[in-house]
Ligand binder design. Structure first.
Ligand SMILES: Cc1cc2nc3c(=O)[nH]c(=O)nc-3n(C[C@H](O)[C@H](O)[C@H](O)COP(=O)(O)OP(=O)(O)OC[C@H]3O[C@@H](n4cnc5c(N)ncnc54)[C@H](O)[C@@H]3O)c2cc1C
Length: 395
């Protein structure tokens, strides 16, 4: 009997969900992702299939049409997508962006949006926070929203707004009170739900979306906003408190993306060990050489350790406990583990690691993103230094 793969051996939590997601992913093999990657095309069939199976509504409570699962289950879903060789980045945002509506929206807003999102009739995949002039320094964002009667009028520009072309709705962070007029710099920002279908329609629409071609297939864009009218009913929570709401969702985002990194790491480790066992050079398998074994074994150990932190962070989140430090550490350690596994896998494959048909170079490019987004490694270290270790703020 064949040895279990590393992800099979660690599928103790949510085994049925994991098995079902793996079966779904088997319908979207490497050739499917390679073709989308080559054309920089959105994996529409995959996203539709995942939506119809209810996985993107995993975290929406049953009262609003979802399955009301814990974050740990959502993490298992994304991990399985990635350990199967796929990429959840095409749609993962919906899992955490809807949390802002769920936790901070009014009952009327939840009833209006969540059931349609859960049913797959509406997509909430776009999250407009980053701007060209702000980047890591979110609080310096310059997009403004000014109240005029029953509307807010929005002007500004977002960048790296992923999936905006494939989303009906966008969660938008904008400044409603000038920075000079607020007591604390985290105040004065507000969150809106923007209907992109209306906003981009017509000959001179107030919102224009331009794709950015990147080294990975990520459907990311620039969004130009000029005089967009957003109904006041689409303001989530209280005006001026939006940054707090966004921060609140970031722990979920970090834990889920960390789970994707664990999935990537397991894919790289399994792919590397299979190739190392099979490839013969000097009349013996290359996996017999410690120079090949050790980087794979080290990446394995790092992945297992990171996975424990992902699980701990998810358990704290699900228990409603503070989990900022754990969510950040999970993201840091899992992204480092997937990058170490990617490097070991590519090196194990020698020249063939560069050939498209092995998927290694695609996954290598994809997992590199997580050193930078949604929060860079440096900023996590700065968070830990300041908030956990009590060192002076460095920025
Ligand atoms: C493919 C992709 C998809 C994305 N999707 C989205 C999305 O859907 N929505 C969204 O809002 N954003 C998205 N982002 C944006 C992402 O969150 C930012 O790229 C990230 O936060 C870093 O911001 P920046 O690119 O402006 O880098 P910068 O802020 O310019 O930073 C550049 C480098 O300097 C480092 N640095 C900056 N300040 C410090 C400091 N004080 N100490 C130490 N190092 C520092 C950073 O760590 C980074 O390595 C996406 C980005 C990419 C590449």
């Amino acid at each position: 009997m064949a040895e279990p793969t590393t992800h099979e051996a660690h599928a103790a939590d949510f085994p049925e969900i994991r098995e079902a997601v793996r079966a779904l992913c088997a319908r979207f093999p490497g050739a499917y992702w390679r073709a989308r990657d080559r054309e920089r095309a959105y994996p529409e069939d995959f996203v539709r299939t995942l939506t119809e199976a209810g996985y993107l509504a995993a975290l929406i409570p049953e009262d609003y049409g979802g399955s009301g699962l814990p974050l740990a289950a959502a993490a298992a879903i994304l991990e399985e997508i990635h350990s199967s060789g796929g990429n959840g980045a095409a749609c993962h945002a919906q899992m955490y962006t809807m949390g802002t509506i769920l936790r901070h929206g009014s009952e009327a807003q939840k009833r209006r949006w969540l059931p349609e999102i859960a049913a797959g009739e509406l997509r909430l995949q776009a999250f407009g926070v980053t701007e060209p002039g702000s980047g890591t320094d979110t609080l310096s964002l310059a997009t403004t929203a000014r109240r005029e009667g029953e509307h807010y009028v929005v002007h500004g520009q977002k960048v790296w707004t992923s999936r905006a072309e494939h989303s009906d709705l966008m969660l938008l962070l904008a400044r409603t009170t000038p920075r000079a007029e607020v007591r604390r710099k985290g105040e004065g920002l507000s969150v809106f739900l923007v209907d992109l279908r209306e906003a981009t329609a017509g000959e001179a629409p107030p919102v224009v979306i331009r794709p950015i071609r990147t080294m990975i297939n990520h459907a990311t864009t620039e969004v130009f906003i000029d005089g967009l009218e957003v109904p006041a009913d689409n303001l989530i929570g209280e005006e001026g408190q939006g940054f707090r709401y966004i921060l609140d969702g970031m722990n979920a985002e970090r834990i889920l993306i960390a789970a994707e990194c664990i999935g990537d790491a397991r894919w790289f480790i399994d792919t590397a060990r299979a190739y190392a066992a099979e490839r013969q050079v000097f009349g013996r398998p290359i996996g017999q050489n410690q120079g090949i074994q050790f980087p794979i074994a080290r990446a394995y150990a790092e992945t297992e350790a990171a996975d424990l932190m992902v699980k701990r962070a998810a358990a704290l989140f699900d228990a409603g406990e503070p989990c900022g430090a754990e969510a950040n550490m999970a993201k840091l350690l899992a992204a480092d583990a997937s990058w170490a596994a990617a490097e070991a896998c590519l090196q194990t494959h020698g020249g063939y690691g560069f050939a498209e048909e092995y998927d290694v170079e695609r996954k290598f490019r994809e997992t590199r993103l997580y050193q930078v987004a949604p929060v860079s490694t440096n900023l996590i270290l700065a968070y830990l230094a300041e908030h956990v270790l009590g060192l002076p703020r460095s920025y």
